[in-house]
Design a binder for this molecule. Sequence first.
Ligand code: NAD
Ligand code: MG
Length: 340
Amino acid sequence: MTTQTLPNTKIAIVGYGSQGRAHALNLRESGFDVTVGLRPGGPTEAKAQADGFVVKTPAEAVKDADLVAVLTPDMVQRKLYDEVLKDNIKPGACLLFAHGLNVHFDLIKPREDIDVVLVAPKGPGALVRREYEIGRGVPCIYAVYQDKSGNAEALALAYAAGLGGARANIIKTTFKEETETDLFGEQAVLCGGASSLVQAGFETLVEAGYQPEIAYYEVLHELKLIVDLFYEGGITRMLEFISETAQYGDYVSGPRVIDAATKARMKDILTDIQDGTFTKNWIAEYEAGLPNYNRFKKADMEHPIEVVGKKLRAKMVWLSANASQPDADDATSTEKAAAA
Ligand code: NAD
Ligand code: MG
């Protein structure tokens, strides 16, 4: 890779949400020539302009780009590719994704004359930006699906480095591995598993007559301390910091909550991801206008732990000052929910 020429690479970032904004800002500061492609009048256009970017329509933005990063929601990428990108990306350019779903499950069949790569930061956009600003980075994984130029891997690596990923770690993967492990992680552990575990713990205490305020601190608020220890030093570090009583309780009760049957269900979830069942159902749900998604989301947001949590967090004024930016701003999530 020639570090002199790669920063001259013209990058078009399509989408300016969680990942789009972070990628655009980090890459510009790393010396790349960045243009943002958005639908005129869309919810994030003003934000990109306020950040000093030239904003064009997706078709115009990608026309003379050497590298096109598709950072719109996964469910709109197929239509965007078929209707706009396919006919406007210049010959021999590089098409980049931050998640492999559309390519891996054949929803997008990329033109044969282009490079197709993946660069996925292992963290939300707000963190990708914050870490970069303080001189650090979020680990990135990358993959090459199609290498027409012979330069696809170097481009993916340069992009990942431009995001700040090289300061942390860059690991090579495949579209299959990234897509399947990403879906599994968010479903079984990070989002689905963790939130269901917290809700079930809260319900157990409240149904047994304990105060919801105390249950909230025990099963949600204190989770941060534990996760910070995992992050810094794994389970070993957590065990160093908790009392012997907490450790003994962990050893005898953890396996009663998460047992072989739980793991068997995790394997079923993984199978549904691998054989495309999850993606097929998600596309059908999206195309039907998100009826179940909206119902599930409403139930989560109205759960008693949210009611008590809102009250308790209001007393911790520093929380709002340090709050993470949501992955998508309100307009974008509303748009997601209203889409199809
Ligand atoms: P997002 O919902 O935060 O932002 C989407 C952006 O795309 C917004 O600017 C929206 O206005 C724009 N947009 C929507 N439809 C469009 C269209 N038809 N044409 C042009 N622009 C359009 O999305 P995100 O969470 O940043 O996800 C982007 C990609 O990054 C996805 O592939 C996702 O899987 C991947 N990813 C996300 C995360 C994360 O933590 N959010 C982490 C790694 C990878
Ligand atoms: Mg992920």
